[in-house]
Structures are given as structure tokens and as C-alpha cells.
Write a protein that binds this ligand. Structure first.
Ligand code: 13P
Ligand code: ZN
Length: 269
């Protein structure tokens, strides 16, 4: 049987990029077993002939997502390993279509892969981005970066703006690549709507959110860019932790040095 991605070059390119990033998540050591999940709104890339594909399974959602009704998403499968998403994205993820009221979805391709346990959370974020941020924001990428998670185990870093200020000040790139800072979400059980709702509040101001003692989540237009944001913050976290291990407090860039970047790189205030 032909894969849906063979029917549209744009869709194939998108899935190839997801697979590329899944490989990076694994190589970075952020994706133990089935750790992490990815979803991308691929509605504009679905070939006409695939719209009549039979449903492999219909699943009810815990609430109606009417803003993204009839939209299509690629989502990684629950329990699936990123290292295998990297090599076989259509065997470790699926394309789903929300129904006309947005309260259920059909798995339409290629195989009966059950979406991530965080699907309702991802869909709330897609719905929020479409309605209140920017309809071009099509990607939600959640992963478990060891160094960033370590920092969330210290309450001091969870105070407002502390995490962003420290990580920004380690290297100019952090200020430039993650200009909207970092949202902090207190610990909550993975996959719950409580975790999703708390995350959405942070997405008003930020593109990257840290989940206490769990992981990070980044949203954006482009899967590669979401990876880059987390990767850059991870580098800053490593510099911070390495300095501490070497026995000194890293000086960090000054407020003036950080502020100078805002004008120079035309960053959002
Ligand atoms: P899934 O395998 O259901 O996607 O869960 C992985 C995860 O990271 C939960 O937070
Ligand atoms: Zn997780």
C-alpha cells in the first residue's frame, strides 16, 4: 500500500523534517524510551484523494476543539520511541482528522497508531495558537532535556523570570533564539487537561515552556525552529551547570549586554 506521504511532496517534506528532529531528540539524550511527543498541523498539505480515506478508528476527545474542527495533524504515537520515529515516522505516528465539531478524530493514515497520551493537550495548544496567537504556528514539540529538567528541581529557578534570566545570560544566542523567554508550569500529571490549561496560560507570552520535573514544550511555525529553541536553552543550562561543577558562579551577561541585543536583533520586547 502506498503511504499518504507519497501523494504529496509538501507532506513528505514535512514528515521528513519531523523524522529529522525526532533523530536529534534521541541523539541529544532527551528521548528515553517513549519520552516526548510531536504534533504538526498538516491540514494544508493533505492531498485531495486522502480526504476520502476510510477511518481506521474513530476516537472521542475529552472536549470539543471547534476552532480546529476538520483539521489534520501528524502526531507521534503513544508509547512509540523517538529513535524509531526518526527512521519510520509513519509506523510510529499517524495522521488524524478532527470531525466537523472537533469532539472526535479519525486515524486515517497510514496505520492504526494510537496518538500520544498528550493529544488533548497538544490539540488545546493548536486551538489556542490558531485563535489567539498566529495561524502559522503549526508545531508542538515536547521533549525531556536532562539539563533543563535538572534546573526545574530547584524552586529558586521556578520563580518568575529567574530561569529565563539565567539561561539568557549564559550566551547571547539564548536571548536571540528564545526572545519571548520561558514559561514555567508547576508539576502536574502528564497528559492531563490541567497541565494543558496551565501551559496555555504561559503560551500567551512565551514560545517555550518548562514543565517542572518533567520536560520542555516548544511551539512555532517550524519543527526545526522549535528544536533549535530547546537546543539553545539546553546549551545555556549546560554552561551554567558546568560552571557550578567547576566550583564557580558563572558571571552571566549583564542586563545592559542583554538589552543591547533587543535593538540590534529587532527582538520582541
Ligand atoms: P506518549 O508516549 O504517550 O507520547 O508519552 C510520552 C511523554 O513524554 C509523556 O509526557
Ligand atoms: Zn513527557
Amino acid at each position: 500500500m502506498k503511504s499518504i506521504i507519497e501523494l504529496n511532496a509538501g507532506l513528505k517534506k514535512q514528515i521528513d523534517e519531523i523524522a529529522e528532529v525526532a533523530g536529534y531528540l534521541w541523539q541529544r539524550g532527551w528521548a528515553e524510551r517513549n519520552g516526548g511527543n510531536i504534533s504538526v498541523n498538516v491540514t494544508d498539505l493533505i492531498p485531495e484523494e486522502a480526504k476520502s480515506f476510510a477511518s481506521l478508528q474513530q476516537v472521542k476527545l475529552p472536549k470539543a476543539f471547534n476552532i480546529i474542527a476538520n483539521n489534520y495533524f501528524y502526531v507521534t504515537g503513544t508509547g512509540k520511541r523517538m529513535r524509531y520515529v526518526a527512521t519510520k515516522p509513519m509506523e510510529n505516528g499517524a495522521i488524524i482528522r478532527l470531525n466537523e465539531t472537533g469532539d472526535a478524530y479519525d486515524i486515517i493514515a497510514d496505520q492504526l497508531v494510537i496518538p500520544t497520551s498528550e493529544l488533548a493537550s497538544h490539540l488545546s495548544m493548536h486551538s489556542y495558537m490558531r485563535e489567539f496567537r498566529d495561524p502559522n504556528m503549526k508545531v508542538v514539540c515536547h521533549t525531556h532535556p536532562t539539563d533543563l529538567i535538572a534546573l526545574t528541581h530547584n524552586k529558586r529557578f521556578l520563580e518568575p523570570n529567574v530561569m529565563a534570566r539565567i539561561l539568557w545570560s549564559m550566551i547571547p544566542e539564548s536571548r536571540i533564539v528564545v526572545p519571548r523567554g520561558i514559561g514555567i508550569v508547576p508539576y502536574n500529571v502528564p497528559g492531563t487537561m490541567e497541565l494543558a490549561d496551565a501551559t496555555i496560560l504561559e503560551l500567551e507570552k512565551h514560545d517555550v515552556v518548562m514543565w517542572e520535573k518533567h520536560g520542555t514544550l516548544a511551539v512555532g511555525d517550524d519543527i526545526i525552529e522549535t528544536f533549535d529553541m530547546i537546543d539553545t536553552l539546553s546549551k545555556s543550562a549546560q554552561i551554567y551547570l558546568l560552571s557550578k561543577q567547576a566550583g564557580f558562579e558563572p558571571e552571566g551577561m549583564t542586563n545592559q549586554q542583554l538589552d543591547d541585543l533587543v535593538d540590534l536583533f529587532n527582538l520582541p520586547e
